[in-house]
Design a protein around this ligand. Structure first.
Ligand code: NAD
Length: 474
């Protein structure tokens, strides 16, 4: 097992000059299970320089060869599936079976969809009287969070490599071990030095200087809305392009002809999987007033499936929160909901009785939630569902859109056309009908304060390209 994460810069494993480390803590036990280098602005400079120097040669590599590299990257990830899932258990508390199937599985799906997009890509087209060519955006700073760390990294690194860009990756300091394994896989690809560089560290030491760097061409960030604002402000100093995948407070709309048990199980699946630490989780549910008691009852039944337990066990469906700090934040949101007058259906702010440690939280459902309550508006990033009632479909649409965020959503109805009509009116970047979840071939991203830009498939690939018009060439 990889338990130490050191920087990977210009094809070499390097330590920061001051050799400071950050502990990696197993949230299920509180034990220290590894450590990662705490990078500095000097490390960022070295990595950006390496990426800049590698850019001309890498961007000239034919697409077929870049595709071959990304396919070999996917093979390396597939071969390391168990190692990666074990690392996710240790550093994030992800249940091992979910880690293997969903976390590593989705990363492989991401790469396959990006490769398909790159294969179909037409690099040169005639537009009006000009030749329009697509060129790599350049040096990419990729800054990623801890919740689906591998998925979030490969969406950026895979697309960048296919587009002919070079990369400096800064993974979350909470989950460096899976990124360290990925760096080993990348090292085995024997790419030219500097094409992919990984600098470990926190927001202050690495994220800030990387997003403010004058020699970065695109900052591709996934994380919180608050840090997204910092990234955008830093990048604005150099008019650097940004792509921001931020938070959400996504609504599930249950129309009056929707199947009750099925929709309740699916909404809870979205809200509680990964201990609720999913940006697109459906965390608000809007239910017709007359169906509310039955839907609440069905949700209570479905909630019995979500029992927190040891993430290393194959049968476990819910692990701890990713850290004691994250659990504290979740409990704070639960207390705020109670203080605001929401009715607790199940769960609550206490830790589950039988589990020892600071990172455990109970899956929680609130009912009678109104738009004035904090639990209706604020992203929890934990397994907490808020049920609100509505009287007309118009009101349901207005409630769903009454959010600063606009990442995802869901609509349930026995009538697909009715569901589509509602879905078209919800202000989000993605929305699923009758339980449809992430489609890695379709664009993923948000509107409003959920971000700028799209990841996944063709649209995610194109974020890493610039278009250039050559007049007089046709
Ligand atoms: P975070 O914003 O705290 O951290 C994300 C990354 O930014 C980490 O690598 C962190 O070290 C770095 N960072 C922190 N401060 C920084 C700064 N000042 N400058 C530059 N970089 C800095 O987010 P998190 O807690 O790791 O992840 C949870 C958040 O991510 C949630 O809000 C969630 O909704 C969001 N998220 C969004 C998506 C999406 O695709 N829309 C996906 C997953 C997570």
């Amino acid at each position: 097992m990889t338990t130490e994460a050191v920087h990977y810069i210009s094809g070499n494993w390097v330590e920061s000059a001051d050799r400071e480390w950050t502990d990696v803590v197993n949230p299920a036990t509180g034990e220290t299970v590894g450590r990662s280098m705490r990078g500095t602005p000097g490390d960022v400079d070295r990595a950006v320089l390496a990426a800049r120097q590698a850019l001309p040669a890498w961007s000239a590599v034919p697409m077929a060869d870049r595709i071959d590299v990304v396919e070999r990257l996917a093979e390396g990830i597939a071969a390391a599936r168990s190692r990666l899932a074990d690392a996710l258990v240790l550093e994030v508390g992800v249940p091992v079976s979910f880690g293997r199937a969903a976390q590593v599985g989705v990363a492989l799906g991401d790469l396959a969809a990006l490769v398909a997009a790159a294969r179909d890509h037409v690099e040169r087209t005639a537009v009006s009287n000009s030749l329009v060519v697509s060129v790599p955006v350049g040096v990419v700073a990729a800054i990623t969070p801890w919740n689906f760390p591998l998925h979030q990294i490969v969406l950026k690194v895979g697309a960048a490599l296919l587009a002919g860009c070079t990369v400096v990756l800064k993974p979350s300091e909470v989950s460096p071990l899976n990124a360290a394994i990925l760096a080993e896989i990348i090292n085995d690809l024997r790419l030219p030095a500097g094409v992919v560089n990984v600098v470990f560290g926190d927001g202050t030491g690495v994220g800030e200087p990387l997003s403010a760097h004058t020699d970065v061409d695109l900052v591709s960030f996934t994380g919180s809305r608050m840090v997204g604002e910092r990234i955008m402000a830093n990048a604005a100093r150099n008019i650097t392009k940004v792509s921001l995948e931020l938070g959400g407070k996504s609504a599930a709309i249950i129309l009056d002809d929707a199947p009750i048990e099925e929709s309740a199980a699916q909404v809870l699946g979205s809200c509680f999987a990964n201990t609720g630490q999913t940006c697109a989780a459906l965390t608000r549910v809007l239910v017709p007033r007359e169906l509310a008691p039955a839907w609440e009852e069905a949700a209570l039944v479905a909630a019995a499936h979500w029992v927190p337990g040891d993430p290393a066990q194959e049968s476990t469906v819910m692990g701890p929160a990713a850290s004691a700090l994250q659990a504290d934040r979740i409990r704070g949101h639960v207390r705020a909901a109670i203080a605001d007058g929401a009715r607790l259906v199940v769960g609550g702010p206490a830790s589950p009785d039988d589990l020892v440690g600071d990172a455990w939280v109970q899956p929680t459902i609130f009912a009678d939630v109104t738009p004035q309550m904090r639990i209706f508006r604020e992203e929890v990033f934990g397994p907490v569902l808020a049920i609100s009632v509505y009287d007309t479909a118009e009101e349901a649409i207005a409630l769903a859109n009454d959010s600063d965020y606009g990442l995802a959503g869901g609509v349930w109805s026995a009538n697909p056309q009715r569901a589509l009509d509602v879905a078209l009116r919800i202000q989000t970047g993605t929305i699923g009908i009758n339980g449809a979840g992430l489609d890695v071939g379709a664009p993923f991203g948000g509107v409003k304060q959920s971000g700028i830009g799209r990841e996944c498939g063709v649209h995610g690939f194109e974020e890493f390209l610039e278009t250039k018009s050559i007049m007089g060439a046709t």
